[in-house]
Design a protein around this ligand. Structure first.
Ligand SMILES: [Zn+2]
Length: 274
């Protein structure tokens, strides 16, 4: 699943390629993911891109009239190619622009949603957007405010980080990375953290997301679909040595998700196994 750094970098790439361009041809491959009150081709043909924004895990394309809002969910990816390139079976939407560029959205799992809106003012009404908290990569809180908000929830750290109404854009991979950076076990409850630990937690969110943006910026190929995870310290590194202490990284379950921890750096809460 793309997370904040992934979408942040993709947004920049898309903005460079799209702003000012007109949609001259609309091709629809997989109507299941499309949400529109009018036929999508008549709604989009002749429109021009004005801006590309992102909000949490959503990408928002502002047009000269209306907007397209995409929630890529697990497997949705964008591609910039030229209109002549072969369309893949899972291409849901292809927008050919006046310079021959083709913006494609492909979704192998067909779980994503592409909302085509008549009016950009309706972006806030797209399911899931209104309840989003602040952007994970643009925290508006200082350490004290962050601590107060986190403590008010009394939640387990990993659940809190992944709650999109607390912070928008953190998923499984960055949650693992933030908690490893902060040396905190995912199942610790916020209420059990002392001031020093909460401070580490706050700084880890900022540092890990910022580092993610830098790494994705460097590593992202023109296809935009690849998730850049090579820089991660624990995610996907089961059995490999912890970069801090050398202990083997453990992969375990957290609800329906996989999670990765260093059992030495991130000791489980007392009186609780794992
Ligand atoms: Zn360690």
């Amino acid at each position: 699943m793309p997370e904040w750094p992934d979408l942040h970098v993709v947004r920049g790439r898309l903005e460079k390629a799209l702003v000012g361009r007109e949609i001259v041809l609309v091709r629809i491959g997989e109507p299941l993911v499309l949400r529109s009150t009018h036929p999508v081709d008549t709604a989009l043909a002749g429109r021009r891109f004005r801006a590309v924004r992102h909000r949490g895990k959503f990408l928002i394309f502002e047009l000269d009239r209306g907007a397209i809002v995409v929630n890529p969910m697990l497997a949705g990816v964008f591609e910039l190619t030229d209109a002549e390139a072969k369309l893949s079976r899972t291409t849901a939407l292809s927008l050919v622009l006046d310079d021959g560029t083709d913006l494609r959205y492909r979704d192998d799992k067909r779980m994503g949603k592409v909302h085509v809106l008549d009016d950009a003012k309706d972006v806030g009404a797209v399911h899931g957007i209104a309840e989003l908290g602040p952007e994970a990569g643009e925290l508006p809180w200082n350490e004290r405010e962050f601590a107060a908000r986190a403590r008010a929830t009394r939640r387990e750290l990993r659940n809190l980080l992944m709650d999109q109404s607390f912070l928008a854009g953190i998923g499984n991979a960055y949650a693992d990375e933030v908690l490893w950076e902060a040396r905190l076990h995912p199942k610790r409850r916020v209420a059990t953290l002392d001031d020093e630990e909460l401070s580490r937690f706050y700084r880890a969110v900022i540092e890990v997301v910022a580092r993610g943006v830098r790494e994705v910026e460097q590593g992202l190929p023109p296809e935009l679909g690849t998730k850049i995870r090579d820089h991660m310290k624990v995610r996907g590194r089961k059995g490999k040595p912890c970069p801090r202490c050398g202990t083997a990284i453990v992969k375990t379950r957290h609800g329906l998700d996989d999670m990765y921890v260093c059992p030495h750096c991130q000791p489980p809460p007392r009186g609780q196994i794992r």
